[in-house]
Design a protein around this ligand. Structure first.
Ligand SMILES: *[C@@H]1O[C@H](CO)[C@@H](O)[C@H](O)[C@H]1NC(C)=O
Ligand SMILES: *[C@@H]1O[C@H](CO)[C@@H](O)[C@H](O)[C@H]1NC(C)=O
Ligand SMILES: *[C@@H]1O[C@H](CO)[C@@H](O)[C@H](O)[C@H]1NC(C)=O
Length: 310
């Protein structure tokens, strides 16, 4: 078993701290922004397998999720593959994964399991996550991801310390690997870390939280992390894909762009996003069923930049 800790917040927090320390010298602020921006992001391809073509996403809902919470996440997954107008859309966000080796990738929703009675308790570690993921089985093809989603009552080792989600893999028959992933609802535990910018950040400049696009800070935050982990799993499923830094704590497709939701972002400011005139909700991507989502920026191998949707 191997696990990639994604959403390492350390470098982001460091930037925040650096920023707030330097921001005292107000005349220097514009230069600080430039400094942050010029840090080049290059994800190296390590020549290993990626997940390509049709990719099945299986879900295990661990704990209590209301039907409306589940539909926010299910609609997001369905939106990856469905063109909706006008842009920007979830599917246009996802299309950047086609620029990674292996070409277009088509995710579809597969199996779902409800585990409402916390079969392994409310305090989990990596072994538990892998065990829950394995309940979704292996296959039918190599290209699947077994996703564990934990509710707001579940503590997961290192959740809210330095991670909001992870992905890893297990070795199966004939040396084949299968990918799994986990994301938790941080609503009651650390929204300022894992549901930012829908909650006040735990450190750094105290900007006003944005209104969550589906009215659920915890689950809208899960979508951000699901998007991050999903892109990381597809482009670095077995440690040999695209990443920067050490394989044990890599920066991947989206985690390399942490904190950027729109153009002009800097630590503490998510960047330019759209605002729904009626609800006041912030978003940058439309999905099926008139859904709106706020998606993190993905690194684009074509331009070698973190290029926001807006
Ligand atoms: C992906 O699925 C579609 C529709 O189910 C099918 O037509 C296509 O051949 C599949 N592609 C691959 C690469 O398996
Ligand atoms: C979960 O627990 C509740 C209450 O204890 C019980 O009524 C229900 O049958 C259980 N469900 C499953 C799937 O075990
Ligand atoms: C997770 O906890 C179980 C006991 O509940 C333990 O047997 C297992 O070794 C732990 N795994 C890790 C990776 O710490």
């Amino acid at each position: 078993m191997s696990s990639n800790v994604v959403l390492k917040m350390n470098s982001f927090l460091l930037l925040l701290i650096t920023f707030s320390a330097l921001a005292k010298f107000s005349s220097a602020s514009p230069r600080i922004l430039a400094l942050v921006k010029t840090n080049p992001t290059i994800l190296k391809y390590h020549k290993g397998a990626l997940l390509n073509g049709n990719i099945t996403i299986n879900l295990i809902w661990y704990g209590k999720f209301t039907p409306s919470q589940r539909s926010i996440i299910i609609d997001f997954i369905q939106s990856l593959n469905h063109h909706v107008a006008p842009p920007p859309s979830v599917s246009s966000w996802w299309r950047t994964t086609a620029n990674y080796v292996g070409g277009p990738r088509t995710p579809t929703l597969g199996k779902q399991i409800l585990d409402q009675n916390y079969s392994l308790g409310k305090s989990l570690n990596e072994t538990h996550i892998a065990a829950l993921a394995s309940k979704l089985g292996v296959g039918p093809r190599v290209n699947f991801i077994n996703f564990v989603l934990t509710d707001a009552n579940v503590a997961v080792e290192d959740f809210c310390m330095n991670r909001c989600g992870t992905h890893g893999y297990t070795r199966g028959k004939k040396g084949k690997y299968s990918a799994y992933a986990w994301v938790g609802n941080s609503g009651r535990q650390c929204p300022g870390l894992c549901a930012w910018p829908f909650a006040k950040p735990i450190v750094g400049p105290q900007t006003k939280p944005l209104v969550a696009p589906n009215g659920d800070v915890g689950v809208d935050g899960m979508v951000i992390n699901l998007a991050t982990v999903l892109a990381g799993t597809v482009t670095n499923p077995f440690d040999g894909g695209y990443f920067q830094g050490p394989a044990t704590a890599p920066l991947e497709a989206v985690s390399a762009c942490t904190g950027i939701f729109g153009s002009g972002a800097f630590p503490g400011y998510p960047g330019k996003v759209l605002v729904d005139k009626v609800s006041g909700a912030s978003y940058n991507a439309q999905g099926v069923n008139r859904r709106k989502y706020l998606l993190p920026t993905m690194w684009d191998p074509k331009t070698t930049t973190c290029k926001p949707l807006l």
